[in-house]
Design a protein around this ligand. Structure first.
Ligand code: GDP
Length: 434
């Protein structure tokens, strides 16, 4: 017998409301036990919830019969007053009933997946949606929840299966039909290579999808005391980094999340670059250089009191030269450089605009980017390799085998096959009640 699971699905009490969800075969019996009756399905009904003589709450209750419910099982929701004692009382009363226990993190979604209510890429999208902090992360997550990637992968899988059927038919050509077989072979090879190229461009675009999901990284570098920490604080509008007139204060990279017009980014305040005998500071500087090398953008700073510009690596990430303390002095600047004052705020709106434009152009906001997860990229890359193998296969038997491998790789996206090892990792991203 499957357990019935109960959990608080809304935020931590106290709050105006709290939602407790209940899913499983004993869900409706549990509702009847607390509410004294079973309300009509898919409608909120006001019920007095009791345990024995005690009233637990006056609450709105809805029941959703399976299999058309979110979890695919009989599911109920209690919309309670969001007090700690109310929530604790209802959860205790529910779990005291036979067959009802508290849910594990992600267990509702896991049941939805097991019951075919969602495919695996939709589950991943749901986890992204719950964690989305910016508009672009939300849009990308919603596309995934809506099944856009699953449909794409299914379409590809269908194409592979059709070619597989053709390859298998090709196995049966008689000797005297060799010329027909040859022509079909050529057409199939052409199609396979075109498909592989299409996949390659989707995979090439996946770095962009990853940037939208994980956020862009922006390293702020320059000599000590140019105002790196002041700029990070000013842009993020919080006092995350320590600002002092003493050179060498920032020893380790500090990351501060910012929202660049709906695009997530991390500003990384790094240790000031200078020669030092202090081993801790030297390690900080080495880390600063590493962070700068792997960032999406490096803001190289100079200031009125340290006017030398660093020379950006030609093959390194995108660069912005930023001159700070323009309230003290404003010398002529190299082309493309911006002047600001962290103290007076002068130039900061222009800096924000510049960063917003840069973020929009690297993420190409508005264009859907579907392969945002390493798991999806890996499956598509496997499929691409298999399609190229199929195109160059010397015999129909080998072509069929490679096409099977490609179809299998696409099947992994929706979670049809070969996913046991990833399930725990995916569901561990959910909180209890989801
Ligand atoms: P960092 O070492 O590069 O991170 O520099 P900090 O942000 O710690 O700033 C070093 C010193 O410069 C502090 O005393 C700041 O108050 C000062 N400072 C930062 N920005 C400005 C600015 O725009 N104008 C002036 N006059 N002083 C600034």
């Amino acid at each position: 017998m499957i357990d019935t699971i109960a959990a608080l699905a809304s935020g931590r009490p106290p709050a105006a409301l709290a939602v407790i969800r209940l899913s499983g075969p004993a869900a409706f019996a549990a509702v009847a036990a607390l509410a004294g009756r079973l309300p009509p399905p898919r409608r909120l009904s006001l019920c007095r919830l009791r345990q024995g003589e005690a009233t637990l709450d006056e609450a709105l209750v809805a029941i959703f019969p399976g299999p058309a419910s979110a979890s695919g099982e009989d599911l109920a929701e209690f919309h309670l007053h969001g007090g700690t004692a109310v929530v604790a009382g209802v959860l205790a009363a529910l779990t005291a009933l036979h067959g009802v226990r508290l849910a594990e993190p992600g267990e509702y979604t896991r049941r939805a997946f097991a019951n075919g209510r969602m495919n695996l890429s939709q589950v991943e999208g749901l986890a992204d949606l719950v964690n989305a902090e910016t508009a672009s992360q939300r849009d990308q997550a919603l596309a995934l929840v809506g099944g856009a990637l699953g449909r794409l992968a299914d379409g590809w899988r269908e194409r592979c299966l059709m070619l597989l059927a053709e390859a298998e038919a090709g196995l049966d050509f008689a000797e005297d039909e060799a010329d027909v077989a040859e022509r079909l072979d050529e057409a199939a090879r052409h199609q396979l290579l075109a498909m592989a190229d299409e996949l390659a461009s989707l995979i090439a675009d996946s770095a962009r999808a990853g940037r939208i999901r994980d956020g862009l990284s922006i390293a702020v570098t320059g000599p000590p005391n140019v105002g790196k920490s002041s700029i990070v604080n000013a842009l993020s509008m919080r006092d995350a980094a320590i600002v002092t007139p003493i050179a060498g204060t920032t020893r380790d990279a500090i990351e501060v999340p910012i929202d660049l017009g709906g695009i997530a980014a991390q500003l990384i305040d790094t240790a000031g670059l200078r020669d030092t005998d202090d081993p801790v500071e030297a390690e900080g500087i080495a880390r600063a250089r590493r962070r700068a090398a792997s960032a999406d953008l490096v803001i190289s700073m100079a200031s009125a009191d340290a006017p030398e510009w660093p020379s950006p690596a030609a093959d390194g990430p995108a660069h912005l030269l930023l001159f700070n303390k323009c309230d003290i002095a404003s010398p002529p600047l190299p082309a493309g450089a911006l002047a600001v004052s962290a103290t007076t705020g002068a130039g900061l709106p222009a800096l924000r605009d510049w960063l917003g434009n840069w973020a929009r152009s690297v993420t190409r906001l508005g264009e859907p980017a579907l392969l945002s997860h390493a798991r999806h990229r890996a499956a598509f890359a496997d499929a691409e390799a298999a399609l190229r193998n199929a195109a160059h296969a010397p015999e129909p038997v080998l072509r069929a085998e490679s096409l099977r491998t490609a179809a299998h790789a696409f099947g992994r996206i929706a979670g049809r096959i070969g996913i046991d090892d990833v399930l725990d990792r995916i569901f561990s991203r959910f909180c209890i009640g989801k």
